[in-house]
Each structure stands twice: as structure tokens, then as C-alpha cells.
Design a protein. Structure first.
Length: 182
């Protein structure tokens, strides 16, 4: 079976169209940013992280692959996305901490809630926002519980919400994909 991040990319790929604007709300090691930047239909990519190390790793990956010119790497919290973005077509949040980094520096529910709510307000009609949740650590449990409940309250008149989880693996990462239908 594919890894959860690869499944998230498959979902996002189906929403990519010409001149697409993409956002990686949790840059980390830059894999989602690179995924967006390497797609010829993606016009511009915005990528957020609060850690300088994440920014440097991502910039290096982008430069090595020759796609850094269409990416704006932003050293700021994703809850400030409205200061940088007017609208976008596809976006992804990979909550948690920087792999191989300091596990005590992790996304926080209070700012994650703000960021996802802002992201939905900026998401274009027929666009998709993917949340990859990791309930295997304390903050991840809080974020998972919150977004599981909160996404159920989104009006089906305006949003379609997909919930994709490994049913037989405790604390496995999982996906909530939100499509803006109106």
C-alpha cells in the first residue's frame, strides 16, 4: 500500500489545472513543495515553515531540481497565510514536527485551526485542501480530534470532505481532503 503522503499527492494531482497556485502550509523537508514545483501546470508555489532549517532544506531541494524560481519560501507561521496569498487552487498541511528535527517543535492546535480556517477562505471553487494528520504524538492527537470533529461541521452545500484512514493500524497518519464545491 502507498504511503499516506503519496496518497495525498495522488489526491492533489487530480485537482491540478493550468496556471494552478499551490500552497504547502507546512514546508518541513520540502517534499510537498517540490511535488508542486515540479508540475508544469503549477504556476506558483507558496511554502510556509517557522524553522530556518526547514527553509534551507527545501530551498536546497528546489535548487538541485531547478524549480526554485516559481516557489516563494516563507519563514513564517501558516496562520499568517493571508498576509502572503490572495487565493489558491490546491494546498496541503502535513501536521506534526520536522522529520529528523527537534520533535519538541511541532504544529500547535491553536495556530493550525487558524491556518486551516484561513486556507479554506482563500481556496478557489473546485480547489482542494489536504490535511495529513499524525495522531502518534500529543499535539497530533489534539489536532486529529479537533479536525475530525470540525470537518464534519462543514456544510455539504459548500464542501465535500473525504476521510481516509488505515483502519487496522493504531495512530497511523491519515488524510482529510476538503474540496470547495461552491
Amino acid at each position: 500500500m502507498k504511503k499516506v503522503v503519496d496518497i495525498a499527492h495522488d489526491i492533489l494531482q487530480s485537482y491540478i489545472k493550468d496556471n494552478c497556485i499551490a500552497v504547502d502550509f507546512t514546508m518541513g523537508q520540502g517534499y510537498d513543495t517540490l511535488f508542486f514545483a515540479q508540475n508544469k501546470h503549477v504556476q506558483q508555489v507558496f511554502a510556509f515553515d517557522i524553522q530556518q532549517d526547514a527553509l534551507q532544506q527545501t530551498k536546497q531541494k528546489l535548487q538541485e531540481c531547478g524549480v526554485n524560481q516559481k516557489v516563494m519560501c516563507i519563514l513564517d507561521g501558516h496562520e499568517h497565510c493571508k498576509q502572503y496569498i490572495e487565493s489558491f487552487d490546491i494546498g496541503v498541511f502535513n501536521f506534526g514536527y520536522l522529520p529528523k528535527g527537534d520533535a519538541s517543535i511541532t504544529t500547535q492546535l491553536v495556530t493550525s485551526k487558524q491556518a486551516v480556517e484561513q486556507a479554506l477562505s482563500l481556496l478557489q471553487k473546485h480547489g482542494c485542501l489536504v490535511l495529513v494528520l499524525y495522531p502518534g504524538h500529543e499535539q497530533g492527537v489534539q489536532e486529529s480530534l479537533y479536525f475530525d470533529t470540525w470537518t464534519q461541521t462543514l456544510s455539504s452545500k459548500y464542501y465535500s470532505v473525504l476521510y481516509l484512514k488505515m483502519h487496522n493500524k493504531k495512530n497511523a497518519p491519515y488524510i482529510i481532503a476538503i474540496e470547495k464545491v461552491r
